[in-house]
Design a protein around this ligand. Structure first.
Ligand SMILES: [Zn+2]
Length: 307
């Protein structure tokens, strides 16, 4: 039987795995899995690798994967160029130099590629979303953590060791009490503007444990503490974006992820601090645009990895 143009794309997260059969940016069929990768922390390298391979293989069985071009995977970690080799994964420290794509290809007998999840979101946004028509694009994923992906002259930029555009770890606060980030440094934007940071700050100030989505709703309903936290998250994001723009001279920034739901509060604050921190010729020249792909930027980008 001849192959279709369809591909299988996977979006692997810390708690969820999503696989979809996709044709030219159209999701034909999909499955979502709960996958608790926190259990990987107690496993050996080999056990953790086998657990990941087996979980993806199992998920594949739930989809029609006949006659597809192959499998493209977005995974939270650092990949060496386009080799599909995971150099390291911040959340699963024992996974080093894991040939994820090759091992899955040997199991599934189809071509497999894998790339950083935030870079996949950048690819998806440029191909199908708010970044269409821009040959240079900085994309930010704004959810439980903060990631970044760069398309530079229509090329995916990975850096020398897959660690380019670790946008969440751009430093935005330097005072003594700067917040501790999961990376071990203080003052990273992820420690101020991620959904996790927003929820933690609200718990500190208001004594209530709730989601960033609920905090946004409270802000809309007149809770000034909730509004202050979201406004300051926008301010810190603007500072971080300004640092990136000063290095890259890119005019278009797109943002995806759960916190895009708080755009009405975030965006005006992003723009004020972005323009305050840019060099004069760039002030007012940068567009910061929300994704229009709902939560599909990453999986659509993964579908483009196979070329
Ligand atoms: Zn950090």
């Amino acid at each position: 039987m001849t192959k279709t143009n369809d591909v299988i794309a996977a979006d692997i997260g810390g708690t969820n795995i999503r696989l979809a059969r996709i044709c030219n940016g159209l999701i034909l069929e999909e499955v979502r899995y709960q996958a608790n990768f926190s259990i990987l922390r107690n496993m050996s390298k080999l056990e953790a690798e086998n657990h990941i391979l087996h979980t993806i293989e199992q998920a594949m069985q739930q989809l029609h994967h006949d006659n597809v071009q192959g499998l493209g995977i977005g995974f939270p970690g650092f990949f060496i160029g386009n080799s599909g080799v995971l150099a390291a994964s911040p959340n699963i420290p024992q996974l080093k130099n894991f040939a994820l794509a090759k091992k899955l290809s040997d199991i599934l007998h189809i071509p497999v590629t894998a790339q950083n999840d935030a870079l996949c979101a950048a690819i998806g946004e440029q191909a199908f979303g708010a970044g269409q028509g821009h040959k240079n694009l900085l994309h930010i994923t704004l959810g439980t953590g903060i990631g970044g992906g760069l398309i530079f002259n229509n090329t995916q930029y990975t850096g020398e060791s897959g660690m380019a555009m670790e946008f969440g770890h751009v430093q935005v606060a330097y005072e003594n009490q700067a917040r501790l980030c999961g990376c071990g440094n203080h003052g990273c934007v992820e420690a101020y503007a991620s959904a996790t940071a927003i929820a933690a700050r609200y718990k500190e100030l208001a004594g209530l444990e709730t989601s960033s989505k609920a905090i946004y709703q409270r802000a809309i309903d007149g809770d000034t503490q909730a509004a202050d936290i979201l406004e300051s998250a926008g301010v810190y994001l603007g500072i971080a974006i300004a640092q990136a723009i000063k290095l890259l001279d890119i005019r278009t920034v797109t943002i995806s992820g759960g916190l895009v739901g708080a755009w009405n509060i975030l965006h005006p604050n992003i723009m004020v601090s972005l323009n305050a921190n840019l060099i004069p010729p760039l002030k007012g020249k940068i567009s910061v645009i929300p994704s229009n792909l709902q939560d599909n930027a990453g999986i659509l980008g993964a579908s483009k990895l196979l070329g």
